[in-house]
Each structure stands twice: as C-alpha cells, then as structure tokens.
Design a binder for this molecule. Structure first.
Ligand code: GRF
Length: 198
C-alpha cells in the first residue's frame, strides 16, 4: 500500500457526504487519510460521525472570530500544520475569500447539488423543479474565488420524476454525491484527475 493521501474535510451540518468518504477511505490505493474534520458549527452532526471513526475534529465558529479575516486566519492555522494534500468541502456553508483560495491554490474542491453551471448558490432542488428541468444532479469542482464557478471535475445526473419533491430530490441527489465524491478524491489521489486551472 502506498503512503496515504491526506485530506482535511470541512463541514457545517449533517455530514452524510463526509460519511461516504469515511466509508470508502480504506478501499483505495493510496488510502485516503482524513487528517481532520473541521466544522464552523458546534452542533454539526458530522462531528459525531468523525469522532465515531476516530478522526480528529476541530470547531472554528464565526462567533469566536467575528471578523471574517480572523475566521479565515483561524481556519488556516488549523489546516496548515496538517500538511494535507487536499481540502475537501463537504456541505461547508461558508464562502471563502480570494486570499484564502489563493493560499491553497489548486488544493480545494467542493461538491454542489446541481448540474453546474445551472443553479449556483442555494435552493438548487427547488429551482430545478420550478424550471421543469428533465435532469438534475451534482457537480464536483475546483474552488475558486467565484462561488460555485470553479472548473468542473465530475458530474452525476438523474432524471427528475413527475412526483419528485424538494425532499425526494435532496435524498436522490445525495445518493449520487455519496458515490461520486469519494471516487473523485480517489482519482485526484491517483493523479488521474489534476487540479489545474486554465
Ligand atoms: C450536499 O448536498 C452537498 O452537495 C452540499 O451540501 C450537502 C451536504 O450534506 N454542498 P451533508 O451535510 O454532507 O449531509
């Protein structure tokens, strides 16, 4: 087995995406090592998932660091000593500044619940339903200073059913995400996908 590929996972909520990475991490070569799960919320359920899997956790809230610069500096101070290969945003509900993104150039990825470039931002399932779209899905992209606009790495899609609701689409898209995100991380770790921006 090769040396593990080290990642930090940033979350804000339930952490079902994190769970999919936890479940897959030892199946790959190199294995994925989650060096730390960092949350901007004390009550994120994903923290429990990390603890159950013996993964170190760290909470950095905006309340502790009311100015945005201080919040991001605290994030950097937590991340830099970990010496990770990749920073994985998994339901992390904070917008990162251009300076922060530049500090980790080509090292941050995000998963977004829509077929980008359609529906950057929030309420993606509702917007896809309201538009009467035939297809919906999820996108993994490199994080840049422009929200949800970085270069795409992978997508997975489903056909919207006549009886789909926001809730059913949320769950169905999450199923796609749980299969796709660990595979994208594996492909980056194996150098089959490269985080280069034109
Ligand atoms: C996912 O749908 C992801 O695409 C979006 O936030 C959701 C995270 O869900 N960025 P969870 O907290 O991992 O369950």
């Amino acid at each position: 087995m090769s040396k593990p590929y080290r990642i930090a996972v940033l979350i804000s909520g339930d952490g079902s995406t994190l769970q999919s990475i936890i479940d897959a991490r030892t199946q790959y070569d190199p294995p994925i090592e989650i060096a730390c799960v960092i949350s901007d919320r004390n009550d994120a359920y994903g923290l429990q998932r990390a603890k159950r899997a013996d993964i170190p956790t760290c909470v950095i809230t905006k309340k502790q660091h009311p100015t945005f610069g201080n919040f991001e500096r605290a994030l950097q101070e937590a991340i830099d000593p970990l010496q990770v290969d990749l920073i994985v945003l998994a339901g992390f509900m904070c917008i990162l500044s251009a300076d922060f993104v530049a500090h980790y150039e080509h090292q941050i990825i995000n998963i977004h619940p829509s077929l980008l470039p359609r529906y950057p931002g929030l309420h993606t399932h509702q917007r896809a339903l309201e538009a009467g779209d035939t297809y919906h899905g999820t996108s993994v992209h490199i994080v840049t200073a422009d929200l949800d606009e970085g270069p795409l790495l992978a997508q997975a899609q489903l056909r919207i059913a006549a009886d789909d609701t926001v809730e059913s689409l949320t769950q169905r898209v999450k199923q796609l995400e749980h299969a796709l995100y660990p595979q994208v991380i594996r492909d980056i770790a194996q150098n089959r996908l490269k985080l280069i921006q034109k």
